[in-house]
Design a protein around this ligand. Structure first.
Ligand SMILES: Nc1ncnc2c1ncn2[C@@H]1O[C@H](COP(=O)(O)OP(=O)(O)OP(=O)(O)O)[C@@H](O)[C@H]1O
Ligand SMILES: [Mg+2]
Length: 560
């Protein structure tokens, strides 16, 4: 029976919420023994055929909250796709379906986070139904359930927080939710597919997760082999230059080739046919030219119903004949972006004395033959591999294999310090009536600096103190700021960007525990010292409030 032994059974559910496709996998650990990991392959609207992923598409029906999702929503009027990209406002969205989706969502008077939440709720409900069919559903009450949700490593913390909110909206308890960075999930999974004797302690490798929307890269070093432990060698990087950019470029190519006017005249379903041909047949199978002569070879045809014949343009009987060089010209700028991201990681890792041995290519675009061929030519010293990816569940079942990570920016809080004429601008100083000293606001205390090695096992603790009147309500706000410049400034300035507000609630602490003081004027006040503890998780920072060595829970963070 589940939960009958000493150790409660753990159920780990991994959710891969992608720009174009999403997936769910689950695994158990504990008394039920190792039942392996199931990657869900049955989806509503897909009948008997199986596939590991379901489209990240949702379409609301007329009015109200009912909607279709996944395969059932594909091709429907007002279908919303690419909603994930709308969660990160700090990145410019150039992907047309996501831009169209933004308008549809606005028209529905909803926010992207609501739609992402609705989609995740449906995905999660489906996963539960599958678990029911496997006889696990009813036992869930007696199990420790952990949900692992992957997010791009390049996401802003605000976007990660919105993803978290969407998951909570889907009914996933926040306390059981862990955000995992996508390349990290890939690294963990890849370690299972690589021959154990081919990796040694000290080896480093680059993971390039090229998905639909984002391309995320991180370089890891193997710090231990049995069990495998890894650490980040250099900070991860990435961009929104995934496979949907190729779709976007194909549409532009089509428009330019047949002419804007003719393109506008094409019916929506004809355009859809042409795009499907690109997405399903051409893009995934393109492997590049064999040689220069091969560039002019006609390799694919695309249906362009209703467009008149034009020999020069290669249009014949409603078909556009695409040459090898046409497809190459669509791919190349995106391939060059990816190559330059890889080259950056390689350079940085070499500089850190950890030259990478291998490159693991994962994600939909990571499976591209053309990308693989180009990378083999360009990065001759790297062993290039394309393992299948399903890492989130492994992270849950096997614990934290990535033990150290590199901070991507400086994180700090602005504090008031005692005035020091050597360091501070006297015009900023103010008189503190409680401690009777000149103080200066806006002094930066940096918890974490860019490139610092951070680890979930080593929370970073920082003392904060405040002097408050006796009738204070014991709720504080601390502002966490970030700086992406190389140097972290000593004082707040334009490079210090407000990142989130941490809400610290000390109302539950009995007042006698606070340090009550009286100054020379007889003014009584509380001097309250607490610790803000930052736990750097895979994809986000978690903040805990500690007073007198007792944890008072997580400080709620509201992002700017
Ligand atoms: N062989 C291939 N070559 C190029 N693109 C491919 C190939 N196979 C699949 N794709 C594309 O990859 C994308 C899906 O990949 P994946 O599932 O990794 O992305 P995602 O999880 O939706 O996106 P992201 O992780 O960026 O949010 C789709 O755009 C699909 O058309
Ligand atoms: Mg993905």
């Amino acid at each position: 029976m589940a939960g009958s032994g000493d150790r409660r059974v753990r159920l780990v559910i991994g959710i891969d919420f992608g720009t174009t496709f999403s997936g769910v996998s689950w695994g158990l650990d504990g008394d039920l023994g190792d039942l392996g990991i199931e990657v869900i392959q049955e989806w509503p609207g897909k009948g008997n055929s199986t596939t590991q992923k379901v489209p990240t598409v949702l379409a609301y029906l007329k009015k109200g909250d009912t909607f279709r999702w996944g395969y059932q929503a594909e091709g429907m009027a007002n279908a919303v796709g690419g909603v994930k990209l709308l969660l990160d406002k700090s990145k410019e969205v150039l992907f047309r379906p996501a831009i169209d989706s933004e308008l549809i969502i606005k028209g529905l008077e909803r926010k992207p986070v609501d739609v992402a939440g609705a989609y995740l709720k449906a995905l999660f409900a489906h996963a539960k139904e599958i678990l029911d069919r496997r006889g696990i559903g009813k036992l869930m009450q007696s199990m420790d359930v952990q949900y692992i949700l992957t997010v791009p490593a390049v996401w802003s913390d605000k976007a990660k927080d919105l993803t978290k909110q969407a998951a909570c909206h889907a009914g996933i308890p926040e306390a059981d939710l862990y955000l995992l960075s996508e390349p990290e999930a890939a690294a963990i999974y890849s370690m299972h597919t690589i021959q154990p004797n081919s990796i040694k302690k000290g080896d480093s490798f680059i993971v390039c997760d090229a998905g639909g929307g984002t391309v995320d890269l991180i370089t890891y070093e193997i710090t231990q082999t049995d069990p495998i432990r890894m650490g980040e060698v250099v900070e991860g990087t990435g961009e929104i230059c995934g496979s949907v950019m190729l779709d976007e470029r194909f549409e532009t190519f089509l428009k330019e080739t047949i002419g804007k006017q003719s393109y506008q005249k094409m019916s929506a379903s004809s355009k859809q046919h042409a795009l499907q041909r690109w997405k399903v047949d051409i893009k995934p199978s393109y492997s590049g030219p064999d040689d220069e002569d091969d560039l002019l070879t006609e390799v694919y045809t695309v249906p362009v119903h209703g467009i008149p014949d034009d020999q020069k343009k290669g249009i014949h009987q409603g078909m556009l004949h695409m040459k090898n060089e046409d497809i190459k010209s669509i791919f190349d700028p995106v391939m060059e972006r990816i190559e330059s991201l890889i080259s950056d990681q390689e350079k940085k890792a070499k500089k850190a004395g950890k030259a990478p041995k291998a490159l693991l290519l994962v994600g939909g675009l990571g499976a591209s033959e053309y990308l693989f061929n180009r990378l083999k030519l360009r990065f001759k010293k790297l062993d290039i591999m394309q393992p299948q990816n399903a890492g989130a569940v492994h992270r849950g079942l096997e614990g934290d294999q990535v033990q150290t990570r590199k901070a991507r920016c400086h994180y700090g809080v602005s504090m008031n310090y005692n005035f020091d004429r050597k360091k501070h601008d006297a015009t900023l100083a103010y008189w503190d009536i409680y401690i009777e000293k000149w103080r200066v606001p806006g002094c930066m205390t940096w918890f974490i600096k860019t490139g610092d090695t951070i680890s979930e096992q080593d929370p970073i603790s920082h003392s904060v103190f405040r002097n408050v009147p006796l009738n204070f309500d014991f709720r504080f706000k601390d502002t966490l700021s970030i700086c992406t410049k190389e140097e972290s400034p000593a004082m707040e300035n334009k490079d210090v960007v407000k990142h989130c507000t941490l809400h610290v609630d000390l109302r539950n602490i009995p007042k006698p525990l606070f340090d009550r003081r009286r100054n020379s004027k007889g003014l009584e006040y509380y001097h309250i010292a607490y610790e803000l503890v930052l736990k750097p998780q895979s994809a986000c920072l978690e903040f805990e409030v500690v007073f007198n060595d007792v944890s008072y829970g997580v400080a709620a963070a509201r992002y700017y």
